[in-house]
Design a protein around this ligand. Structure first.
Ligand SMILES: Cc1ncc(COP(=O)(O)O)c(C=O)c1O
Ligand SMILES: N[C@@H](Cc1ccc(O)cc1)C(=O)O
Length: 469
């Protein structure tokens, strides 16, 4: 076999290799089992409450944990820290218009700032907001503004074992039924997330987005996109949807966004920065309201809580995020971890999504009741095992029903291993996989947890637990 041929094969096998090399490194600290036992007990068995100095490999979130490029760091030196009219704001606004296609931009400190502005501006008590599965902060703001949230995602999304290409899709029949039931005038907008975080980073197809647009347009209902990971979604469309196999991610993103009226954005994900966000809209009236409201909650409408240098880094990060080689390596790394876990039959959400592996805690601990917090237990166990930090995405995250005060009982009881962008290597993924396997081998010993402190809002962030048994 010629060496060229061999090289070609290797390129195919390694088609997602990182299109960058490492210039700066940050040391990692390992801890002893005794130190971890003390740390997780101090943290009330909640990984959100662990000091990061006690964490070895941090897969809590892909939010704000990105490594920036040398260009972004250079951009940081171009920060125009004027209170009003920063040049970096105008650059960011241009970049968002170019890549996402919306007319107006209101900057915010992060995604939930944009969710607050959107919800307060468009929702009145008695309204209904449909969404393709809930997201914690998004639903919180919708309910706080007086709306009832309705999950209109396809049923497949609730089954972790089912392998389907677009498990983030909206179920059009569910949406149509809701419109019939409550009336279009009581639905201020449909909230569409791409990808769907709580479903395991599952994508929505272009055809489905187009169909949602057609249906809602007939009833005069707007669509607001949660565009937090829409570029990751674009890669799935390119890979899985007919007709997009050679379309650039930038073109897919633009077409996808064109079927919506605007978006909320956590700039801490796709845009490859550590902080920031925005609300974008094509609606003049909403723009005027949000641009006014932003000065109450975030800051002036030309910085919205971000420093000028952060806006510059975000503008550069957006242009990097749509590069195909980068996005293939980003999702490729997540898939690599999935392949390792698969060899050992470890249960996780199928197919692998965009930003992490979601372990199925019910599959680990069939002997635990959901009220014994299987996913919270597994996240604590993984930390104890190896200092790897993950996040509960089950009954604790789902919280309580806003009307009845009863616990929601989500079908998905998951632990998310979220991969920060451009941060960890393949060897780190090997260590993570081996640590998960050790927890799986020891699964019968798990006894579950009891909640000892429950905060009123978004309880998963600060709740405390103690071991049962
Ligand atoms: C899908 C999704 N929407 C909204 C948000 C809220 O963004 P932020 O954390 O920047 O407030 C996040 C992350 O929190 C998210 O993953
Ligand atoms: N959006 C971030 C941070 C976050 C985490 C959990 C939440 O429920 C809310 C926000 C994430 O998905 O990781």
């Amino acid at each position: 076999m010629s060496s060229l041929h061999t090289m070609g094969q290797q390129q195919d096998r390694r088609s997602w290799a990182e299109p960058y090399k490492i210039k700066v490194v940050e040391p990692l600290r390992t801890t002893t089992r005794e130190e971890r036992e003390a740390a997780i007990a101090d943290a009330g068995y909640n990984t959100f409450l662990l000091p990061s100095k006690d964490v070895y490999i941090d897969l809590l979130t892909d939010s704000g944990t990105n490594a920036m490029s040398d260009r972004q760091w250079a951009g940081m030196m171009l920060g125009d820290e004027a209170y009003a009219g920063s040049g970096n704001y105008y650059r960011l606004e241009d970049t968002i218009r170019r890549f996402y296609g919306y007319r107006h931009v209101v900057p915010t400190h992060q995604g939930r700032g944009a969710e607050n502005l959107l919800s307060q501006s468009l929702i009145s008590p008695g309204h209904h907001v449909p969404g393709n599965m809930y997201f914690t902060t998004t639903r919180f703001h919708q309910e706080k503004a007086g709306a009832t949230f309705h999950d209109i995602i396809v049923d497949e999304a609730h089954d972790p074992t089912l392998d389907a290409p677009f498990k983030g899709n909206v179920d059009l029949a569910k949406l149509a039924a809701l419109i019939d039931e409550v009336g279009a005038e009581r639905i201020p907008y449909v909230c569409v997330a791409a990808t769907v975080n709580m479903a395991g980073g599952q994508p929505i197809s272009m055809a489905n987005m187009r169909a949602v647009r057609e249906l809602t347009q007939r009833h005069g209902i707007a669509i607001y996109l949660d565009a937090t990971r829409a570029v990751e979604n674009a890669l799935f469309i390119r890979e899985r949807e007919e007709g997009y196999g050679s379309t650039s991610l930038a073109d897919i993103l633009l077409e996808f966004c064109s079927y919506s009226d605007g978006c909320t954005m956590s700039g801490k994900k796709d845009p490859l920065t550590n902080i920031g966000g925005w609300l974008a809209t094509n609606d003049e009236a909403l723009f005027e309201e949000a641009r006014n409201l932003v000065v109450v909650y975030e800051g002036l409408h030309t910085y919205g809580g971000m420093a000028g240098r952060d806006m510059e880094a975000m503008a550069i990060g957006i242009t990097e995020s749509v590069e195909l080689a980068y996005m293939k390596s980003r999702v490729g790394q997540v898939r690599y971890l999935g392949e390792l876990l698969d060899q050992w039959g470890i249960p996780f959400v199928r197919p692998v999504g965009g930003h992490g592996i979601f372990l199925d805690a019910r599959g680990f601990y069939p002997h635990l009741d959901q009220e014994q917090f299987p996913a919270q237990t597994l996240a604590a166990q993984l930390y104890l095992e190896a200092g790897v930090r993950a996040m509960e995405r089950g009954i604790v995250s789902a919280g309580r029903d806003a009307a009845t005060g009863e616990n929601h009982h989500p079908s998905l009881e998951l632990v998310r291993l979220t991969i920060p962008r451009r941060v960890y290597t393949q060897a780190h993924m090997d260590v993570v996989a081996e640590s998960v396997k050790a927890c799986y081998d020891d699964r019968e010993a798990a006894r579950g947890l009891r909640m000892t402190y429950e905060p009123k809002y978004l309880r998963f962030f600060q709740a405390r637990f103690e071991p049962l048994g």
